[in-house]
Design a protein around this ligand. Sequence first.
Ligand SMILES: [Mn+2]
Length: 351
Amino acid sequence: MKTSDFLGRLKDLDGRVSITAFGNPDPDAIASAFALGKVFDHYGLDFGYLFESQINRPENQLLVNYLGMSIDLLGQQGFDGYEQVALIDCNPDRVSEEWRKNLRSELDKKLFSVQDHHPVAEDKLEKLKTGSAFIDIRPELGACSTILAECISESELEFDGPTATGLFYGLHSDTNGLLRSFTTYDVEQLRNYVEYIDMEALKDIVGGLMTSETFKVIHRVTDEDFCEVRGTYKFANAGTLTSKTSSAIPQVADFLLKEEGIEGIVVAGIDLDNNIVLGSVRYSGSRYTAEQIAAKIAKGVGSGGGHVEMGGFQIQPGVLSDTINRESTQNALIESVKERFFNVVGKKLEK
Ligand SMILES: [Mn+2]
């Protein structure tokens, strides 16, 4: 389906719309939500931002502040007060088991649109398309921001500084600064708004990229007690973190992939505020995708996904959650994630 169809549907849309992202909101999701809000405004629609998770990474909070967005958290109330749901940078297939149980039928009922670039299995996509919602999933694109840039252009809205800056940051961040998986179409859309980007504002947002926690974790994982290499794969144990400091995990994963001779990285740690194991996957080889690796690590015990070269997962500790503050439990959890990772990439130890 085309963006022109999407815009056509906005003309007779009734009721308040929830602009929603599932998963950890990254700059692409935040910017896409903001740009979609601009389009909704243009069509005189009533809407709100309702996200599954809090904004944790400090630079993402800076982006939200810069855009002046007020984002509510999806909680027990589900989509109460909203008649429609517009999903951005995610699709119904990626909604976690837990949420699926909590609100899947409500999501199905209220789903108005899906604009995303995460891969989805062919049969699941066909099923999605049989519903009445507008479905636009383009896994080849570097960022969902590109789809929203197209929406802004086609609705004949003028780009403004915040929208252009956000969309560029979204594309920049999902493609690691245009170093991975983007298409000429991403660049074609970028051309439409590049002149509106506020570079000064952007520098302020991305300026303090690495937190001190990131450096602590980098220091920690240079110790061979906390990392292991098998072949071209490396696993690093980031230890215990909080919801505020867990942004160190993806940052360390980006950093470790720079090591010569390493093509696959998993960094995992325990978020003691949420009692979950968090992990980031980076992969530069051609045998797997980071998304597959992340999904397989979390299979049956949590949720995982991502893109070709970057992915992430969350694992629920199950019965171990009662003793998660004990070091022995933490080690057991991280050890099991490590073995799952090495299994997935065919590096299981022969016993
Ligand atoms: Mn994205």
